[in-house]
Design a binder for this molecule. Structure first.
Ligand code: SER
Length: 585
């Protein structure tokens, strides 16, 4: 089955079962998470899994663009990709185990025509106060899965979430497909790698709280996720994701440019194909390569591709040519890659031109360095003078079997106040901001800040992103120059004045068109669903509206007790983008 057909089939199947099809959310998480990218289909749905009402209802289905960056160094094997799509269907407090499992079974056996003889199942064996999931096992048995094909596993295998430190989570049941020759063994052995996991139904009925407790949620949810590329490969009888049409034209292009054979250079071809695919999708969301956070990940991916390009002997500008083949594959399903084609290809070209100049010289420097180990200073020099991300230096060192003083590198870096260690490590792991009172206050404060900035600096100011923790707001916006101390003070004063006035926060659901007609700010570049929530912050007495934004929340009801707003830093984030860090005292 072709990839396009699987995607359509999945959406249609669940649409027929009463689900509303949602557009994929942005790769940049909207609900103020502590992660840089959307890592799973459920990620954009966290507020709704926690009980907020979703504008499209209680049954949802989509194909979500995802990026996972923990596995960058594993790309090249059969199953790891930095960019992937996840097919998912959700019940927000509606149907539960029976329906979810029956539909999964129906889709696999009727729509995908997978024989039930080739399926095996795992369910949660129970732990602590959470019971063994006999209910799911019984449902599977009632569908004809023999008990030898059902195993009970612990939290490491059959529990999903929360995506971060806190949030919705629960036991899951996973479906496995036999990829071996001949008929599948009667008994399911989860350690046999020929059984490949294809789908995961999570029963999200708990909320993990900051003190590590599992509190029952007010509603029982279903969150399912199917790794799209992997299932396409299986349905086509391929043993790796790179053998499907989601990759083959990209690999062919790399072969044409390099004159090399894929069979002889699998790792390099796969790394380039995966990394540039992820880069195209990031660039389509108007991210640009930089030395911090998302932009840094993007830079790492492009630069690693360029290095592997060199290994293949490519000397010409190739990333944009490969990028074009990525756009061809996805332009119908994710039109943003076509709409931003020029920008994507220009950015790739620019980054390649800049790095190609220094890569060769940097490699010469690296080769001169001592076999006894790379010192912190040397690693920093490679970073500073030749643009080598530390991960690249690490990879080079590993290839030569030499050590590198990574810790020292970060200390060196700190001294130069460039990217922070947390930005390159911890924060790239999955995790969502909690919904603590303080985080919600900060979230509401970003709306105040946004309007205040527009009042002081002009309407060309647009929010470009935000990241909120319980400790601070980080807010990126489009603006060409440094703000003056006077402007900063004015912005603070406006926000504090509004807090003192105790404006009220109101939310209303409406069609996206009406929201835009009413002048609500809509700064995220992804496609909005038909119906959206609009948060208005206004003075109830005078009726004067201070801020109106499309947003999924959550927010405070009133801002009177929010505290004193203070900007602690204003700096450049990337070209044309400024960054403010602010706190509520
Ligand atoms: N959240 C689960 C996963 O990512 C199911 O959607 O596998």
């Amino acid at each position: 089955m072709k990839a396009d057909k699987l995607r359509k089939k999945y959406l249609k199947f669940f649409e027929k079962k009463g689900h509303k099809i949602m557009p994929s959310a942005s790769l940049i998480p909207q609900n103020d998470p502590t992660v840089l990218f959307t890592t799973a289909g459920m990620h954009p749905l966290v507020p709704y899994l926690l009980g907020e009402k979703h504008p499209l209802g209680v049954r949802l289905v989509d194909s979500q663009k995802c990026i996972r960056t923990q596995d960058i160094d594993e790309v090249g094997d059969a199953t790891h990709g930095t960019f992937f799509e996840m097919l998912g269907n959700w019940s927000l407090g509606d149907y539960f185990k029976k329906q979810a499992i029956e539909w999964s079974f129906e889709f696999l056996t009727k729509e995908l025509k997978i024989k039930k003889e080739n399926l095996a199942i795992s369910v949660f064996e129970g732990e602590g106060e959470i019971p063994r999931d006999e209910e799911s096992a019984e449902i599977w048995k009632s569908l004809g899965i023999p008990k030898e094909r059902i195993v009970y596993l612990g939290k490491d295998d059959n529990w999903w979430g929360p995506a971060g430190k806190t949030g919705p989570c629960g036991p899951d049941t996973e479906m496995f497909y036999w990829t071996g020759e001949g008929s599948a063994p009667e008994e399911f052995d989860a350690n046999n790698e020929l059984w490949v996991e294809i789908w995961n139904d999570v029963f999200m009925q708990y909320n993990k709280t900051a003190d590590g407790k599992f509190k029952p949620l007010s509603q029982k949810n279903v969150d399912t996720g199917m790794g799209f590329e992997r299932v396409v490969a299986i349905l086509q009888g391929k043993d790796n994701i790179f053998a499907t049409e989601l990759y083959t034209t990209i690999l062919k292009k790399i072969g044409e440019i390099s004159g090399k054979k894929y069979e002889d250079n699998q790792k390099a071809f796969r790394i380039i194909a995966d990394h540039l695919k992820a880069s195209v999708f990031m660039l389509a969301e108007k991210l640009t390569p930089s030395n911090i956070e998302r932009g840094y990940i993007l830079r790492r991916l492009i630069r690693r591709s360029i290095r592997y390009g060199k290994i293949l002997g490519i000397n010409e500008n190739f990333t944009s040519i490969v990028g074009e083949s990525v756009i061809e594959i996805y332009k119908k399903v994710y039109p943003e890659v076509e709409e931003n084609k020029q920008l994507i290809l220009d950015e790739l070209r620019k980054e390649e031109q800049a790095f190609s100049k220094t890569l060769e010289r940097g490699l010469r420097e690296f080769n001169k360095m001592s076999e006894d180990g790379i010192s912190s200073k040397e690693a920093f020099d490679l970073y500073q003078s030749y643009g080598f991300p530390i991960e690249m230096t690490k990879e080079l060192a590993k290839e030569k079997g030499i050590d590198i003083d990574e810790q020292g590198f970060y200390e060196e870096l700190k001294k130069h106040q460039d990217i922070s260690r947390t930005a390159t490590e911890g924060k790239f792991k999955a995790g969502l901001a909690d919904d603590s009172e303080q985080t919600i206050k900060y979230h509401t404060a970003t709306h105040l800040l946004h309007t205040a900035l527009r009042q002081v600096l002009g309407d060309e100011v647009q929010q470009m992103g935000s990241n909120i923790t319980g400790e601070r707001i980080r807010f990126d916006f489009s603006f060409e120059r440094k703000m003056t101390p006077d402007e900063i003070e004015k912005v603070e004063n406006i926000v504090n004045e509004k807090i003192e006035q105790g404006l009220q926060v109101k939310v209303k659901e409406m069609p996206i068109k009406d929201a835009l007609d009413e002048g609500a700010l809509a700064f995220f570049r992804d496609k909005y669903p038909e119906k959206v929530k609009v948060y208005t912050i206004s003075d109830e007495k005078t009726g004067e509206v201070f801020s109106k934004e499309i947003c999924s929340g959550p927010h405070c009801d009133t801002i009177i007790n929010m505290g004193h707003f203070k900007i602690i830093k204003e700096e450049s984030s990337s070209s044309g983008v400024r960054r403010i860090k602010a706190i509520l005292e």
